[in-house]
Design a protein around this ligand. Structure first.
Ligand code: 7TS
Length: 407
């Protein structure tokens, strides 16, 4: 039986008081807390095995390399990649998307070509394409969202044309929690010959993802949102594509032979991993994937569904609350964005923080979503494997105080 209270004990950071109250951490869409299993692996790596990878014959370098490559294989398993060499370590989702925009985009796009994204995207999946469009004279187009923050799929036929070369879409929205039908979109995009990148920053963290089943060409996600360290993430790409792409950055480790005027590149994935990588980060991300797998993703998913249903029910009891995003829980991940009467979301967050309750307030790096709903910001509570019903009750109690203060 899955017990979030027991799971919670694995996370030292959750065991503290904030402003004199036990911490309730509801900012998991921004970053998750780290279990002892991950912290211990990082500690052990630095204490025993610290060395550079792929360069040393000596024992420590060999140990570091083995652990680093084993982590790649664990992460490949997490997303069901057909081949672990298709997993490229990056700093995170943002760098993974920029890698594709630069290394694939600059060589493959020109005037008249189109890139399709959506209004729902995090800025990380907008700005790299804006920059690329400006540099290549390609056109950036958007899939719109409806009043419940769902993609308007009826528009797909008109926005996808034989000019569309790239479709970049999130599988789960960070600002609203909307779960997008990426499989369907991928099929439609491939039918017109476009490449598909999925921004999985909020997708691969609550559940296993199957990139082969999704059928996409690239999948990007971050370690820090799935119990791993910051500064590490993954770009998965189909090998045939990765092999045709130019390098992203030049430096050590990404070369085959260097000559004065010309050099040749290492094979995939090393071609895209210039310089000393985030070795500890990669190993930590591998440990995070192990931790989640050991708990059982199906249990985590079931728990989060229960918490979402409970939270939605309790929050809807709060007078003057406005909740954004799909009304059907089936179409939602573990995120609830809301506003409360005329209270500014920053004030909501400040009052909750006085009560030890951490939520995020702001535009959530999704200004186009805010604009769609005619607000400048929302408050956002996001749940994870250790969230309890008591945490939700503390949030609702805190909102009661907001109402008292703001009338
Ligand atoms: N894409 C989505 C859907 C995200 O939610 C985020 C981070 C990113 C990309 C960027 O990930 P990074 O790890 O490279 O920064 N989202 C959030 C958030 O919602 N609050 O803080 C970061």
């Amino acid at each position: 039986m899955y017990d979030p209270v027991r799971v919670r004990r694995d996370f030292p950071a959750l065991d503290q008081n904030v402003n004199g109250k036990p911490l309730v951490y509801l900012d998991n869409a921004a970053t998750s807390q780290k279990p002892r299993a991950v912290l211990d692996v990082l500690d052990a790596y630095y204490k025993r095995d610290n060395a550079n990878v792929h360069r040393g014959i000596h024992q420590l370098s060999q140990r570091a390399t083995v652990a680093y490559e084993a982590a790649r294989s664990k992460v490949a398993g997490w997303i069901h990649a057909p081949d672990e060499s298709e997993v490229i370590w990056t700093r995170g989702t943002t760098e993974a998307i920029n890698l594709v925009a630069i290394a694939w985009g600059l060589d493959n796009l020109s005037e008249g070509d189109e890139i399709l994204i959506s209004v729902l995207e995090h800025h990380s999946n907008i700005i790299p394409w804006q920059i690329l469009a400006a540099r290549t004279k390609a056109t950036l187009r958007y899939l719109e969202i409806d009043d419940e923050g769902r993609l308007v799929l009826d528009d797909l036929e008109s926005v996808l044309t034989d000019r569309t070369k790239m479709v970049a879409i999130s599988d789960v929205s960070n600002s609203l929690g909307t779960i997008n039908p990426v499989k369907e979109i991928t099929r439609a995009a491939h039918a017109v010959g476009a490449i598909v990148l999925v921004d999985g920053a909020q997708g691969a963290v609550h559940t296993r993802v199957d990139v082969q089943d999704l059928g996409c060409d690239f999948y990007a996600f971050s370690g820090h949102k799935l119990c791993g360290p910051t500064g590490i993430g993954v770009l998965w790409g189909r090998k045939e594509l990765l092999e045709t792409m130019s390098p992203f950055q030049g430096g050590g480790e990404m070369i085959h032979i260097v000559d004065r005027d010309e050099s040749s590149w290492a094979s995939v994935p090393h071609k895209f991993e210039a310089g000393t990588p985030n070795i500890a980060g990669a190993i930590g991300m591998g440990a995070a994937v192990d931790y989640l797998s050991n708990l059982g993703v199906e249990h985590i998913e079931a728990h989060e569904k229960e918490i979402m249903a409970y939270a939605m029910g309790r929050l809807l009891e709060v007078p003057d609350i406005r909740i954004y995003g799909p009304s059907s829980l089936e179409e939602r991940s573990a995120v609830i964005s809301f506003t409360l009467g005329d209270a500014h979301p920053h004030d909501i967050s400040t009052i909750l923080d006085m009560d030890g309750v951490a939520v995020r307030a702001g535009h959530h790096c999704a200004q186009l979503v805010m604009k769609h709903f005619g607000v400048s910001a929302t408050a956002r509570a996001s749940f994870y494997l250790y969230t309890t019903k008591e945490d939700v009750d503390r949030l609702v109690d805190g909102l009661g105080q907001v109402t008292t203060i703001f009338g």
